[in-house]
Design a protein around this ligand. Structure first.
Ligand SMILES: Cc1cc2nc3c(=O)[nH]c(=O)nc-3n(C[C@H](O)[C@H](O)[C@H](O)COP(=O)(O)OP(=O)(O)OC[C@H]3O[C@@H](n4cnc5c(N)ncnc54)[C@H](O)[C@@H]3O)c2cc1C
Length: 482
């Protein structure tokens, strides 16, 4: 019988701590000496690492995108798509800026899962936001995942980005979780969600874990490699003139002072470590760090930086006996999947994340430094799989790599998408600024589509058209009612 060595009721307490109204300073800039992640630091994984970090800095742009993770690159990709469909003859000048190497924020440091929520928490989402919104929430995740998979398949990138379609298992480790999951399943089904991909699993059907659960659609992939390919697709768009400047932190944004022609035609001046860029519109794709440049978005009413931890651990059994699925368990804190076997490997490398419940009472909230790992989270993660799957992982075995990354949490658990609005300032001080941030540790099935919505808004403004939300976008994600 598997015994979990970590608390199994920490989720509610962590939500309570997140909501505490304590004033905190805005997020710092990302640190320069980040822990090495499997995705970023494997040889050859990041060909764009230092792209545009030397030489001349672009001096003006129509749109500046701050952040080169999944959100920022998806925004550029979708701007290209939106404008390709218009008959504008001038290319839109777009610049992506990143403080660090290309895509070395959360997207380059996460657990590698690309799984839409099947139905979990459907009842609580319906109660909080209404059934239509709960349906849109599931629809956005399905839209994201099917769009990403479609891009990968259309360009034959399956091997290049290690796309694996083996489904996902959600373990239900307490009797209460099982009851809640069954009720959520029934409610989602009654509301019209197609759940044909869901299979309920008994205690003896979860590859030796001895907990019940269910399986559903789910993928895993190499996120940095996908974002690199997406950047190349965006750069090839005939509608864009796209430039990337890595290792170029944006330090401040101010209204242009009108002292030069560029300054007169571009509303904003971005100050970077390498000089200034005049810009008309800005997309903030800085997720956990968003409050550095938008200080009103700090604290529990905005986006809270939260440190997460991940390791690459060698299993002690063949992949068939540990199952190829991606998994999550223990109220959503732990998540893991076996990497495809590489030549000469007998047992797979498993990417395992979580352990934050072992860091209570602070849960790594307001920690924005991913240059260090948390010993308590690391200890919980080391014990997790050997305890859950007796005999399939070696107790005491050290991971081959261990790293941290910074997630952006909101109190609702949902991202903030749309024009930047400061509720405490009635004058339009952020004219031309847009944001998509705060995916609360569940960004792979959301960031791509949220950035698509923001790109639609920006393109509509440029083309002088009105924007209405796509049917898959939950309206409570929006920063401004439409
Ligand atoms: C440890 C961990 C595990 C996770 N596991 C999963 C998972 O398995 N499944 C899942 O769905 N989600 C997971 N997530 C969440 C997911 O990775 C994120 O939600 C998603 O990658 C966010 O993408 P992003 O582009 O918005 O942010 P990021 O990828 O963080 O990109 C933001 C970028 O902005 C840059 N930046 C910040 N400030 C500035 C500035 N002032 N100037 C210039 N550049 C700046 C940063 O350097 C960074 O590159 C995990 C996250 C972490 C950290």
């Amino acid at each position: 019988m598997a015994v979990l060595l970590i608390p199994t009721s920490a989720l509610a307490d962590s939500q309570r701590v997140l909501g505490l109204q304590v004033d905190h300073a805005p997020a710092p800039l990302p640190v320069a000496n980040w822990t090495k992640s499997f995705w970023v630091n494997s040889p050859g994984a990041n060909p764009l690492a230092g792209e545009g970090s030397e030489g001349l800095l672009t001096d003006e742009a129509d749109v500046c995108i701050i952040g080169s993770g999944l959100t920022g690159v998806s925004a550029a990709y979708h701007l290209g798509k939106e404008l390709e469909e218009s008959d504008g003859s001038e290319k839109l000048k777009v610049v992506i800026l990143d403080a660090r190497d290309f895509c070395t924020g959360a997207t380059g440091r996460n657990g590698g899962h690309l799984s839409p929520v099947a139905f979990a928490h459907f009842n609580s989402a319906s109660q909080r936001f209404g059934t239509d919104e709960a349906l849109r929430w599931l629809a956005l995740e399905r839209h994201t995942v099917s769009s990403i998979v479609q891009i990968i398949q259309a360009h034959g990138l399956e091997e290049a980005v290690d796309l694996v379609n083996n489904g996902r298992i959600e373990l239900l480790v307490t009797p209460e979780e099982l009851v809640e999951a069954k009720a959520d399943f029934e409610a989602a089904k009654t509301a019209g969600v197609c759940l044909d991909d869901v299979t309920w699993l008994k205690e003896n059907e979860t590859f030796g874990s001895s907990y019940p659960g269910y399986s559903h659609t789910g993928y895993n992939l190499w996120p940095l490699k996908f974002v690199t390919k997406l950047y190349k697709l965006a750069a090839a768009s005939p509608a864009l003139n796209l430039t990337l400047h890595t290792r170029t932190p944006v330090i401040a944004i101010n209204p242009s002072d009108g002292s030069s022609e560029s300054s007169t035609t571009h509303l904003w001046t971005l100050t970077t470590s390498r000089g200034s860029i005049f810009c008309t519109r800005i997309i903030h794709s800085t997720n956990a760090y968003v409050s550095h440049l938008l200080p009103h978005m700090r604290g529990p009413t905005g986006v809270v930086p939260v440190r997460g931890q991940v390791m690459a651990l060698r299993a002690a059994a063949p992949v068939e006996s540990i199952s190829r699925h991606a998994w999550t368990g223990n109220e959503g804190f732990e998540y893991w999947f076996p990497r495809p076997l590489e030549k000469g490997q007998e047992h797979p490398l498993v990417i395992l994340g979580g352990g934050r419940e072992a860091t209570m009472p602070d849960y790594e909230f307001y920690v924005a430094d991913d240059s260090e790992i948390n010993a308590k989270a690391g200890s919980a993660l080391r014990k997790f799989l050997p305890a859950l799957f007796p005999g399939k992982y070696e107790e005491g075995r050290e991971p081959e790599m261990e790293w941290t990354g910074i997630m952006g949490y909101t109190v609702t658990g949902d991202p903030l998408v749309g024009p930047v609005v400061d509720p405490n300032n009635s004058t339009n001080v952020y004219d031309g600024h847009f944001v998509s941030a705060g995916y609360s540790g569940h960004g792979m099935p959301r960031a791509f589509a949220c950035a698509e919505a923001v790109a639609q808004m920006v393109a509509a403004e440029i083309l002088g058209k009105s924007w209405s939300p796509p049917e898959w976008l939950p309206q409570h994600y929006l920063t401004q009612a439409v």
